[in-house]
Design a protein around this ligand. Structure first.
Ligand SMILES: [Zn+2]
Length: 368
């Protein structure tokens, strides 16, 4: 089992220059390999595309982390594999200077990468200041690091750890099957989620305020003349707020999913395709940002760590239309009905009713 941790890093000027060079070299190599691969497809001639070949032709490639270049090759091979599997996604494309992500991935070999105090040692780059704001267990094994420069100009390192097997078992919950704690969660359009115990989870107020501010500044940006000085200034402003909103959301979701994973053994959610949903219903930012999808992913691995399980309930399961008390199906329920009223006397918040049904279905799935 793996776990990724993302931390801010603060490279000095010389280090920033080298990072910039590494991003550029990776992009250059990717494009070169891609064009050679396409050429060999066209001509049928076999062209060897390994970093070593290109290093001979372009000696300056040796100045950057060689494992980063190896990962470029793996990246491209993966892109071609994906393309062959799902052709409609299009063939791998060239990376442009202005629109591609500035990042590279490097691997740990013989402890060449490690955190020492407030710094991280990166190959070629040396000791870089890092802000480690989350606990890293001594038993975790660092596998790889991805260095990213965001559009705000800030640098981050994503550290990928492998968690030892025995730790999972030790932390596993020791409740018997009969006394496991179950929770059902329903996705809520106007908030985040509703739980089967009746509680509603929503983002804190400061997050909603930041979101509104982001929308305002984005509107302003759309009125700026593209390419003008004001445009560039506003673009940067939007990027900064955007990043803040993203971090706040992630932080909140981490905390919420941690609480739930610690408290419950089995959690049921709907298996809905968030992307399709935002496209077809134009639900707006809450869905588009996919906070809920992120939340489900976090729940899934946190439950796995604690010995629990995340269960996905079939998307055609009538969680909203069914009465959670008598099981009757209300076919004429519409999206605007906020209260679920049933002939059996049940009168309950629509989303809570759905969450309870998801919990019941989860229990049934686990039992069968
Ligand atoms: Zn009923």
């Amino acid at each position: 089992m793996n776990r990724a941790m993302r931390f801010r890093i603060e490279p000095n000027k010389a280090q920033r220059e080298l990072l910039e060079k590494t991003f550029g070299s990776c992009r250059f190599l990717y494009n070169r390999m891609l064009s050679d691969k396409m050429l060999s497809e066209l001509t049928g001639e076999r062209i060897k595309t390994t970093p070593a070949v290109y290093k001979k032709e372009f000696p300056w490639l040796r100045e950057v982390d060689s494992l980063a270049l190896c990962n470029v090759q793996l990246d491209l091979e993966r892109a071609f594999r994906d393309y062959r599997k799902v052709p409609r996604r299009g063939r791998p494309r060239y990376k442009t200077k202005h629109h591609s992500r500035r990042s590279y991935t490097t691997n740990v070999v013989n402890g060449n990468i490690r955190i020492e105090g407030k710094k991280i040692r990166l190959p070629k780059v040396g000791m870089v200041r890092i802000r480690v704001h989350r606990d890293i267990h001594d038993s975790w094994i660092l596998k790889s690091v991805t260095v990213v420069k965001e559009s705000t100009g800030k640098y981050y390192a994503s550290l990928l750890y492998e968690l030892p097997e025995r730790e999972n078992q030790a932390k596993g919950k020791s409740r018997e099957a009969g006394e496991k704690k179950y929770l059902g969660i329903d996705y809520a359009m106007d908030g985040l989620a509703v739980m089967s115990d009746g509680t509603k989870a929503d983002y804190p107020k400061y997050f909603r305020q930041a979101e509104d501010k982001l929308a305002r500044e984005q509107r302003k940006l759309s009125h700026c003349e593209k390419g003008s000085r004001n445009y560039e200034k506003q673009k940067r402003k939007v990027a900064v707020i955007h990043e803040k909103v993203k971090n706040q959301r992630k932080d909140f979701l981490h905390k919420l999913s941690r609480c739930l994973a610690d408290e419950y053994d089995i959690i049921g959610v709907e298996d809905i395709d968030m992307r399709a949903m935002s496209r077809s219903l134009h639900f707006g930012k809450s869905v588009a940002d996919n906070g809920y999808g992120m939340f489900r992913t976090m729940l899934s691995y946190k439950l796995e760590e604690t010995g629990g399980e995340l269960v996905k309930v079939d998307r055609f399961f009538p969680s909203s239309k069914r009465c959670c008390l008598c099981g009757r199906i209300k076919e004429d329920l519409t999206l605007s009905d906020r209260i679920y009223r049933c002939g059996c006397g049940n009168c309950i918040d629509r989303d809570v009713n759905a969450a309870i049904n998801i919990r019941l279905e989860t229990m049934r799935l686990i039992a069968s």
